[in-house]
Design a protein around this ligand. Structure first.
Ligand SMILES: Cc1ncc(COP(=O)(O)O)c(C=O)c1O
Length: 320
């Protein structure tokens, strides 16, 4: 980051940002990329560029876009949502087909379903991954119904490593993908949105209007480039550590873990005690977790969690 060559990305001449955008676009088999400050902005810009107010997006009921992005889709894009009751954050192609409503033929009753958004891995689903067959089938349903398709790929590389599928193949049939560098890839800031040249040109304008243009952003892009070179293959270590933690906690009396959902770097634990108490107790030991419900906590493994930490976490749960 210290050595990054910088320019002014608002004027489009920051060489490090350009390199990052081009590399990510190529990796995902798309024409162009756009560096943005956050995953939330990446999704917001994508939704805005794919839709017009009065449209409807089709999305899982526990997706991050619906749950945790402040209702930005409504405020900034003026779209409604058709919620799909997926399984662990994963929708089926049939569910998506049933959820798509079209204005045409409804005598003005329906909004226009024009965008299908999938999340891979699905955060609230437990870090679950789509099978390639279902992933392709959903994109096909979107296309057949005149909808665009967007992947919230905040953790797409976790899915890539867990499934052993190349990013370009995995995302081949989708119009846009948002990829975060500030999660498992361990960079401090930033996401890249990729898609066709035409789509990214539109997204660039929305990024400007949303206030997401950054000037000497090469310092941040440099960290993302580092993570592309160094932190992708090693995600398998995070997955192994998450599995180890999950198996150990699933064996304890006070906790329940759905081991089927432990496919990547997350472990959701149901606990008998209030989750807030558990979080507070572990924080005293220097172990930071999220409570995601009254009796649910989320454990996430990442670059900085070692095998010794795994043992410490297991012992701390065992002592509760
Ligand atoms: C699936 C998913 N999408 C998008 C985001 C938003 O990313 P950011 O926090 O960078 O806005 C997150 C954040 O955790 C996420 O889990």
């Amino acid at each position: 980051m210290e050595c990054a060559e910088v320019g002014d990305d608002v004027l489009g001449d920051d060489p490090t940002v350009i390199e990052l955008q081009n590399r990510v676009a190529k990796l995902f088999g798309k024409q162009a990329g756009l560096f943005v400050p956050s995953g939330t902005m990446s999704n917001a810009v994508a939704i805005r560029a794919h839709t017009v107010p009065g449209d409807e997006i089709i999305i899982d009921k526990i997706s991050h876009i619906y749950r945790y992005e402040g209702g930005g889709y409504a405020a900034m894009s003026g779209v409604s949502v058709a919620l799909v009751d997926g399984e662990k954050g994963l929708m089926s192609a049939d569910q998506v087909q049933s959820a798509i409503r079209k204005a045409e033929g409804s005598q003005g009753h329906y909004p226009d379903g024009t965008l299908v958004c999938v999340e891979n891995t699905a955060n609230l689903g437990g870090g679950t991954c789509y099978s390639q067959t279902t992933f392709d089938a959903i994109a096909a349903v979107a296309r057949e119904n005149g909808c665009k398709s967007h992947i919230d790929g905040a953790r797409i590389f976790n899915a890539v490593i867990a499934q052993g599928v190349e990013p370009a193949r995995m995302c081949r049939d989708y119009d846009s993908i948002s990829i975060c560098f500030s999660k498992g890839l361990a960079a401090p800031v930033g996401s890249v949105l990729v898609g066709s040249k035409e789509f990214i040109a539109k997204a660039h304008r929305w990024r400007k209007m949303f206030g997401g243009g950054m000037r000497q952003a090469g310092v941040l892009a440099a960290a993302a480039l580092y993570s592309l070179d160094n932190n992708i293959e090693r995600l398998s270590e995070d997955h192994e550590r998450a599995k180890k933690i999950a198996l150990a906690i699933a064996d304890m009396n006070n906790f329940t873990v759905d081991l089927n959902t432990v496919q990547t770097n997350m472990v959701y634990v149901e606990c008998k005690m209030p989750a807030s108490e558990l979080v507070a107790s572990l924080a005293e030991l220097g172990i930071d977790l999220f409570d995601t419900g009254a009796n649910t906590v989320r454990i996430v493994t990442h670059l900085h969690i070692t095998d010794e930490d795994v043992q410490r976490i297991i012992s701390a749960f065992d002592a509760l």
